[in-house]
Design a protein around this ligand. Structure first.
Ligand code: FES
Length: 156
């Protein structure tokens, strides 16, 4: 039913030092400024970029990645209508989250590189047990939401 779909690839747009650490200064208006901070890492599979981040509990995982200019897109602006914010979580973190809703599961079914612990980053809020975890950004994403997107990167 989605025969027109083609993989849309994402790539790192800006180099960042390995394990770079920058502080969060409370830019997300949805997050209580007094919420505790947690430190964890993003691993971008496209180029192996490994970036340490600090986020506040309650912050949207997609927004954290975007704040650090990581190659994670949010084509539908968190309305569960794309899979460009697809991330892969560690099992212990994945198991601690509320289950994905039906709409999220439907979008995940179309995600490139789906894994058992895949979620849509825009639907995941940072929690205290994210401390020390690694969030993997797949090497590619499939964008069926935005027409005319030009693929970047390559699939394997
Ligand atoms: Fe589209 Fe997350 S940004 S589902």
């Amino acid at each position: 039913m989605h025969a027109h779909l083609s993989p849309r690839l994402v790539g790192a747009s800006a180099p960042a030092p390995s394990a770079a650490l920058a502080r969060f200064h409370g830019h997300d208006s949805d997050v209580d400024s007094d919420a505790p901070e947690v430190s964890f890492r993003f691993l971008a599979k496209l180029d192996g970029e490994d970036v340490a981040v600090v986020a506040q509990v309650g912050e949207n995982l997609l927004r954290v990645a975007q704040r650090y200019k990581l190659p994670l897109e949010g084509a539908c602006e968190c309305s569960i209508a794309c899979s460009t914010c697809h991330v892969i979580l560690e099992e212990v973190v994945f198991d601690s989250l509320e289950e994905a809703c039906e709409d999220e599961d439907d979008m995940l079914d179309m995600a490139w590189g789906l894994e058992e612990t895949s979620r849509l980053g825009c639907q995941v809020k940072v929690a205290e047990n994210f401390e020390g975890t690694v969030v993997t950004i797949p090497a590619a994403s499939r964008n069926f939401y935005v027409d005319g997107e030009v693929p970047r990167g390559s699939t394997h």
